[in-house]
Design a protein around this ligand. Structure first.
Ligand code: GDP
Length: 444
């Protein structure tokens, strides 16, 4: 899968860091050395890696990590933010012409996925109620025109073509005219690619450029080609003033080099990412999501961020220790509920934890509201000390007693105990994700 090896390596580094109560400068240097190697091996540009590591180190040293939620997480957080920055920071949206049509020119080497992406982009535009026209300017690759027509039919979008006997520049001009006459608010030009960049091709692309004056020149690059993709991007950019990049084949076995270097090297943002051959396998590129995907953390990072902002560090550390050592009791449960309430709706929190979606079914009726917290509190208070510590003790007759004592029903008591058990199970999963595995750290 994409980024697999990079993700694994980074996760190893982080899990080592997380297992430490304190992160010394030496620990940090060691971790950064490993991150550096992982990035280089993922075919990220050498200079990009160097700058990246320097920035992360500087930020990490500048923070008083000992005061943090957990120091390892702070480092992950920094890496995540810097990685997001590296890929452009925020999502870079498609340009829109003041006066329609918005003109988009697709360029790239042969086989990068230009034609396919042209169709996908049209589909994406249609989804937001636009009326794109596709223009077939690749008259050299034998099947290109037909391919575009098939894509157009598939999504019910008009395709303008003049066969392969008219020059691409003339086709482009006529295509633009056609879009204007037919109220197409976007017009996308599929241009020719070669196996390598050559002068004749560049000349033709420049002429098309001069004639249609595109709002967007999107370079389509194959993410599988790593550094090469970046070099291609640079050469195209020197000739054509790109406005953005589309990364394709991110569903494949790509190592990550292209995604992580392209913005830094060319200065042009990745605007879309293609993750498959199907017509709807194109998405706007979100640097933050891509970073957390590369880090293999789902939306865990937003959770860490929220937690850092809201949770008392000492309490959290103690709670984490308890989770890991199975000392978590009903009293802790109550306190945890209160803390979680501070973070936001439980549903939303669950969504942020990787692998938690399947747990969600069990947690559905665990609505956290004031009233319920009070009832839960009453139930817990009616337990004996021993029962709170060892919920396994709560057999049927004890449960009945607890229900009577708290003024609730046996059903409610059963439900709470079930929820508690689910929560413990969840923590077990959670702690094995967050910390060192095995007999030392993992909760048994
Ligand atoms: P062009 O020469 O640049 O126009 O490239 P094409 O659009 O013809 O694409 C070349 C090949 O790559 C085709 O077989 C496409 O189906 C495939 N392709 C394009 N984008 C993707 C993608 O995101 N994922 C995968 N797996 N294949 C893709």
């Amino acid at each position: 899968a994409a980024f697999e090896s990079l993700t694994n390596r980074l996760q190893n580094v982080f899990s080592k860091l997380r297992s430490k109560g304190k992160v010394t400068e030496e620990d940090l240097n060691e971790a950064m050395r490993e991150v550096r190697l992982a990035l280089l091996e993922a075919d990220v540009n050498f200079k990009v890696v160097k700058d990246f590591i320097a920035k992360v180190k500087e930020k990490a040293l500048g923070l008083d990590v000992s005061k943090s939620f957990t120091p390892g997480m702070v480092v992950i957080d920094i890496v995540n933010k810097e990685m997001t920055e590296l890929m452009g920071g925020t999502q870079s949206k498609l340009a829109k012409a003041n006066k329609p049509p918005t003109v988009i020119m697709m360029v790239g080497l042969q086989g990068a996925g230009k034609t396919t992406t042209t169709g996908k982009l049209a589909k994406l535009l249609q989804k937001s109620n636009h009326k794109p026209l596709l223009v077939a300017c690749d008259i050299y690759r034998p099947a290109a025109i037909k391919q575009l027509q098939v894509l157009g039919e598939q999504i019910n979008a008009p395709v303008f073509s003049m066969g392969d006997q008219t020059s691409p520049v003339e086709i482009a001009k006529a295509g633009l005219q056609h879009a204007k006459e037919n109220q197409n608010d976007y017009v996308i030009f599929d241009t020719a690619g070669r196996l390598h960049i050559d002068e004749a091709l560049m000349e033709e692309l420049k002429q098309i450029h001069q004639n249609v004056k595109p709002d967007e020149v999107l370079l389509v690059v194959d993410a599988m080609t790593g550094q090469d993709a970046v070099n291609v991007a640079q050469s195209f950019h020197e000739q054509l003033e790109l406005t953005g990049v589309v990364l394709t084949k991110l569903d494949g076995d790509t190592r990550g080099g292209a995604a992580l270097s392209v913005k830094a090297v060319t200065g042009k943002p990745i605007k879309f990412a293609a993750m498959g051959e199907k017509i709807d396998a194109l998405e706007p590129f979100h640097p933050d999501r891509m970073a957390s995907r590369i880090l293999g953390m789902g939306d865990m990072l937003s959770l860490i961020e929220k937690a850092q902002a809201n949770i008392d560090a000492d309490k959290a550390a103690e709670m984490e220790r308890k989770m890991r050592t199975a000392e978590f009791t009903f009293d802790d449960f109550l306190e945890q509920m209160a803390q979680i309430r501070n973070l936001g709706p439980l549903d939303q929190l669950m969504d942020m934890l990787p692998g938690m979606n399947k747990m969600k079914g069990n947690m559905k009726d665990m609505k956290v509201d004031e009233k319920q917290i009070n009832r839960v509190e009453a139930i817990v208070r009616s337990m004996t000390k021993a029962e709170k510590q060892k919920p396994e003790l709560l057999n049927h007759s004890r449960r009945k007693r607890v229900a009577a004592g708290s003024g609730t029903s046996i059903t409610e008591v059963n439900r709470l105990i079930k929820q508690f058990e689910d929560m413990r199970k969840m923590m077990k999963q959670f702690s094995s994700m967050m910390g060192p595995k095995g007999p030392k750290g993992g909760m048994k």
